[in-house]
Design a protein around this ligand. Structure first.
Ligand code: AGV
Ligand code: CA
Length: 311
């Protein structure tokens, strides 16, 4: 039987590529999709999501909008990426958008979908956890119907990826955007599987990967990957604040193929205030989370490339 997945994302290039790849996995069934305006603007991210489902899915889905708000907003330049994906000719060939916008807001859509699904649901989150925290407050009964949460978020290294005034650089962005939401989910009994910077640092966007997709662009899905990853800066000489990694795609690939990575259980807490807000810290008093800390880089790129070829 196929694993039931609910996907909440925040409209970045790798979030939208993740949606595409989920639609191509035959081991999973997407039960719902929602979009939070964190590392994106909501309107283009909603359109892009609906068009990706139209083009690469089999219908039957709607997409819910979140009205969640940040504690620490993302930089505008990064949020613009959703406009570029939404405008790709591959997604606009038909001239229409069929996948509907859901009537309910994202957190209520999540709760409703989880409760309406007979089996337990795996939650896949590739943006902040705000909608899950709100769903748990609005409908605590969903907790026992959640199989696990797979989240791109956090790090236990010294260096996070937040380089902002009044911060010490120890946080990962998806936690930093809404640290209280992460702490709320840490307080629940949900099994948490974290794809943290430890592993995503091992999958930067590099030129050899781009060249590989370019060479085989006669495959529609690889052309789509190539177009999407043309929008963001690769790692060439050294990593900067804007260097792009395949953060969310690794998280999504982990759901489809757990053999790609290594996992270790760590007891942790989330800092919600001060210059380290959004930092995840290992401590014996913390709650257990399963941390993906290592990945077979070549096997990962092979896996996602083969999946995309199915389009
Ligand atoms: O921290 C990684 C998260 C992932 O969910 N996002 C991007 C991925 O979708 C935020 C982010 C960190 N650095 C970035 C980000 C960058 N250089 N460009 C865009 N987004
Ligand atoms: Ca994201």
């Amino acid at each position: 039987m196929k694993e039931k997945i609910y996907f909440n994302h925040d409209g970045g290039v790798d979030d939208l590529v993740s949606l595409f790849l989920l639609l191509k996995m035959d081991t999973v069934e997407l039960t719902g999709v929602s979009v939070i305006p964190a590392d994106c603007y909501l309107e283009p991210a909603m359109f892009a999501s609906r068009k990706i489902i139209d083009r690469f899915g089999n219908g039957g889905l709607d997409v819910a909008e979140s009205n969640s708000r940040p504690k620490n907003p993302f930089p505008k330049d990064w949020r613009m990426h959703a406009f570029y994906v939404d405008a790709l000719p591959i997604l606009n060939e038909s001239g229409k958008v069929e996948t509907p916008v859901a009537e309910k807001l994202a957190h209520l859509h999540l709760a409703e979908t989880v409760l309406a699904t007979e089996e337990k649901t795996t939650l896949l989150f590739t943006g902040p956890l705000t909608d899950l925290a709100r769903a748990l407050d609005a409908a605590p009964e969903i907790e026992e119907k959640i199989e696990r949460l797979v989240w791109m978020g956090g790090t236990f290294r010294e260096a996070g990826n937040v380089h902002e005034p009044e911060h010490d650089g120890t946080a990962e962005w998806n936690v930093f955007w809404d640290p209280e939401a992460a702490a709320r989910v840490w307080d629940s009994s949900i099994k948490i599987e974290l794809v943290a910077l430890e592993s995503t640092n091992q999958v930067p966007l590099t030129l050899d990967v781009r060249e590989r997709w370019a060479k085989e662009r006669q495959h529609l899905g690889l052309d789509f990957l190539g177009q999407c990853y043309a929008m963001v800066p690769p790692l060439v000489h050294f990593s900067t604040n804007s260097t792009y990694y395949l953060w969310d795609v690794l998280t999504t690939a982990f759901v489809g193929n757990p053999d790609l990575v290594k996992v270790q259980t760590i007891n942790s807490i989330v800092h919600t205030d001060g210059p380290s807000q959004g930092r995840t810290v290992e401590t014996a008093e913390g709650r257990p989370v399963d941390v993906v800390y290592d990945v077979n880089r070549d096997a990962f790129f092979d896996y996602m490339t083969e999946l995309a070829k199915k389009a």
